[in-house]
Design a protein around this ligand. Structure first.
Ligand SMILES: [Zn+2]
Length: 522
């Protein structure tokens, strides 16, 4: 007898429908699985055989062939188990297979017939629904996640026996789960982390808000303990709330990465990823033997925070340049390519010198050569991807001393979030017919079109350009950031003060990295 059932395989952030065909004939008893299978898929034969037996059915001594098609897709993982078991049990004559064309089966079998959760279920269910499948049978632990995209017809199962019972019944509807509903306007933030927790640091807080408003990448330079991490962790909380589509995107990524604990509801908070400097290339940008998303994709729609930037392997950092430009990464392996999105905001932080205290020359113990070597770990090409560089100073005693005074508490993330959202609205309106959403994405032509300035501003910039020997790239960066500062203040025109502030956000680069920049030491 021959039967087929359907399952799915994850491919990038989407999925592809896979057919499991079972052919059972008389002949020398054997169980073959074919169809370009990874090792876990080959082992499905043993799991399926034991699970069927332990569910109370005899496993007949016949010649069995299972083919997973299409054959040109490499199948990895254990999500095909239930589908294979269903095609087999129908071929054995134990169950009816008349509904198989309408159902997708996803889940891993234990030897005792239990069904285990698998990664990537949300992507698979979305694709199955798009292709017109009516019902999605998934592991019970994946039900919430599968129901996220407003999908109906999701059925959770715990045991192979449950699947048999459902397939044999004529009323699938009574088993289906309720879809999880999106709550529009739900407060988004960073858990209990709020901007008002940070005392002092006015310049740094302002720079962070400007950076977020135009989605500019930012580098914070400062001694240990000035709150670089505190700021970075709170940035997702001042970004505008995620849309439902963005939330589903981040859920699909979490699903593929197997972060099940995040998937009991929609994700309302933007991600912030803080990889350690010892991270590998694959860990950071993704890929590998079985392609997986890296930290840059897990930070999609949120923040990637690289603390102690100079400690990262330089080769690893250089890999960020392309994804920072394209907002996506393509991994190619053995004729197969997988694309992951990675539209994140980069926040990097570093000490100004090995000891951390330069330019405070009463505390810094480093030699000029030490400092130069240390700063040299960051390439100019990498700095080119950063629009805002800000030096953070040690918090003043008065700021700490006033901690108990509620009057001294800074603005809350909620208030800042609204201001950032207003700045974003201005950009959205302006770039309606353009291929960009925010000022960080402006190219040279668009800068000329949208960042016009008056004579006074032009004169000031010309002087800076000549005196600082700016590159054209830096010049454009200043204009882009000035555009954002104007938007942040809800001004249509860029004025001198906006230009001056934008120039200030490049001054640290000149001081520390430019040839003419003079490191002062004792
Ligand atoms: Zn030092």
């Amino acid at each position: 007898m021959f039967y087929r059932s359907f399952c799915a395989a994850v491919n990038g952030l989407s999925a592809q429908i896979i057919k499991a065909e079972a052919d059972v004939t008389d002949g020398l008893p054997a169980f073959h699985m074919v169809g370009y299978l990874g090792s876990e898929v080959k082992e499905a034969a043993e799991r399926v055989r034991s699970a069927i037996k332990n569910t109370g059915y005899r496993f007949p001594a016949k010649r069995i062939t299972v083919n997973l098609s299409p054959a040109d897709i490499r199948k990895e993982g254990t999500a095909f188990d239930i589908s294979v078991a269903m095609a087999l049990m129908a071929s054995f004559g134990y169950i009816k297979g008349n509904m198989f064309e309408k159902i997708i089966f996803i889940g891993e079998l234990s030897l005792d017939g239990h069904i285990n959760r698998v990664p990537g279920v949300l992507a698979m269910v979305k694709e199955a629904k798009k292709q017109g499948f009516e019902y999605c049978i998934v592991p019970k632990d994946n039900v919430k996640e599968a129901s996220l995209a407003d999908e109906r017809g999701v059925i959770g199962v715990d045991l192979l026996a449950d699947v048999v019972k459902i397939v044999m019944s004529d009323d699938y509807g009574k088993y289906t789960a309720e879809p999880v509903l999106w709550q529009a306007g739900k407060k988004s933030g960073c858990g209990d982390k709020d901007f008002s927790d940070i005392y002092g640091q006015g310049l740094l807080k302002r720079a962070a808000q400007i950076a977020v408003s135009g989605r500019h990448n930012m580098l914070i330079i400062g001694p240990p303990g000035v709150g670089k991490t505190m700021i970075a962790e709170r940035i997702p909380g001042i970004m505008p709330p995620m849309t439902k589509e963005e939330s589903i995107e981040t859920s699909v990524i979490s699903s593929i990465c197997g972060e099940y604990d995040k998937l009991n509801d929609y994700i309302y908070e933007r991600p912030v990823r803080t990889p350690h400097y010892s991270i590998s290339k694959t860990g950071l940008i993704g890929g590998g033997h079985i392609p997986k998303p890296g930290e840059i994709t897990r930070a999609h729609r949120g923040v990637l925070f690289l603390d102690e930037l100079t400690e990262f392997n330089r080769g690893v950092l250089e890999l960020l340049r392309e994804p920072l430009e394209n907002k996506k990464i393509v991994h190619t392996r053995m004729n197969r390519s997988v694309t992951y999105p990675c539209d994140f905001m980069l926040i990097a932080a570093m000490n100004p010198c090995p000891c951390g205290y330069y330019p405070n020359i009463s505390k810094c113990r480093c030699t000029p050569d030490n400092i130069r070597k240390y700063l040299g770990k960051i390439s100019h090409a990498f700095l080119d991807r950063i629009d805002i560089i800000i030096e953070a100073e040690a918090v003043e005693y008065e700021d700490i001393g006033n901690e108990a005074d509620p009057e001294n508490k800074g603005e809350s993330s909620e208030i800042i979030q609204k201001r950032v959202a207003d700045a974003e609205k201005m950009q959205k309106r302006r770039y309606k017919g353009e291929d960009i959403k925010n000022n960080a994405g402006l190219n040279a032509g668009q800068i000329k079109k949208w960042c016009g300035i008056g004579d006074e501003e032009r004169e000031f910039l010309k002087n800076v350009y000549e005196e600082w020997e700016l590159s054209a790239r830096s010049y454009y960066k200043i204009l882009k950031v000035a555009r954002t500062i104007a938007d942040f203040e809800q001004k249509e025109n860029i004025s001198l003060s906006h230009i001056q502030e934008a120039v200030f956000y490049r001054s640290a680069e000149r001081k520390l990295w430019q040839k003419g920049g003079n490191i002062i030491w004792n």
